[in-house]
Design a protein around this ligand. Sequence first.
Ligand code: ASP
Ligand code: MG
Length: 463
Amino acid sequence: MYQNQSPQKLSDQSTALTVAKFGGTSVADFSAMLRCAQIIKNETSTRLVVVSASAGVTNYLVRLSQSNISSEEQREIIANIRAIQLKITQHLANEVEQSVNAEIDSLLDQLAIYALKQSEHYTVKQADAILAFGEQLSSRIFAKVLQSIGVNGAYFNVQQVMKTNSLYGKAVVDIEQLKQASNALLLPKLEQQVSVTQGFIGQDGLGETTTLGRGGSDYSAALLAEALNADHLAIWTDVVGIFTTDPRITEQARAIKEISFGEAAEMATFGAKILHPATLIPAMRQNIPVFVGSSKEPEKGGTQIKQKVESNPTYRSIALRREQTLVTVKSPAMLHASGFLAKVFSILAKHELSVDLITTSEISVALTFDNPSGSMQALLTSTVVQELEQLCEVTVEHGLSLVAVIGNSLHSAKGIGESIFQTINDTNIRLICHGASANNLCFLVAENDANHVVEKLHRELFA
Ligand code: ASP
Ligand code: MG
């Protein structure tokens, strides 16, 4: 089995291996890239670097991957992407600039061909091929920026190792193949160089480009760290770690120094948009500590996420997720019957909808769905509702927010009623979920009450 094999290591056993991931804002422009390069230079254990596309580029590519687009708009978008990248390379030495610009232009020529084909005949496969250009560009450029400060950085095409299935748009990685290929093709390179590779993208068995879903670079980095049995995973972003709550809601929010995998995974799922929700899964499997910090202010430190932490407070943080939809299904047929829930869930599964919270009573079940506008994930559509209506009575409520109080042993803690519900007793709580996880207690409130609730709770629990 994969977990039981003892993975290879860099031949110098004393050298720890850190995989570092730099997000879109960290590679947005030349000075941002330079700061990241300096972080790598200072932290010599960083041998593998995973980058996102420069900020804004993936959004342009998303537009380019759609079919209802004029050739004029296509040209404009490609010119904008080119401008973002050339503004970076202009700071490199002349010959380097020229050679990397030639690579950029050749990639953009290919991109233009894909975009044209896509506007004539849309396919999801082609959409992924288009989306992958952002990381292909930024990784090539970043390798040169590293070299410019004397670090032996080299571009590595992640598609050699990140093998996936053909579920374009949200491809599933073959972890066993990734492990074997990384150890054969990537690990030996890390002896002599800092490899710079792409997050977010992969390759299927047909040799076609795939993507892992928006924000997937964090997950790519975690998978690579796992495959290489790295000692650390560093996620460099634009915030100085994970906060007790969204600092835009309350000024009292503060960065958390240390947090356990379990708690951080809850936070990633319940709205703290800092990490891609799947990021911690590979890190937890291989017990690799994860650091989250700001590449703008590395001196401020960040958050350490690991298996064992020094303190396990009852309350660690409050996450807020907006745009929740609550669906209540009610059927008298459910009374003393079995199999009703299975039917409901098979409809949801067919539409690839994922349920977050559930509460049930004898003849009704309430389910929440993340329903963000403009998202690429499956959404609760009228078709789904109609199918459910064949089965039972269905009520749909929008305009709700999910508040998740995250911490430790919450299922066995005393005084929760007073600390949490007493504090917000001026607010209607539409639904509560408690007891399934030791690490969270979740409830739904009206969208309009959400900020107020979080602010009040934060004052009570963290002041
Ligand atoms: N560039 C991709 C995106 O913007 C992947 C990532 O940055 O994680 O979604
Ligand atoms: Mg991200």
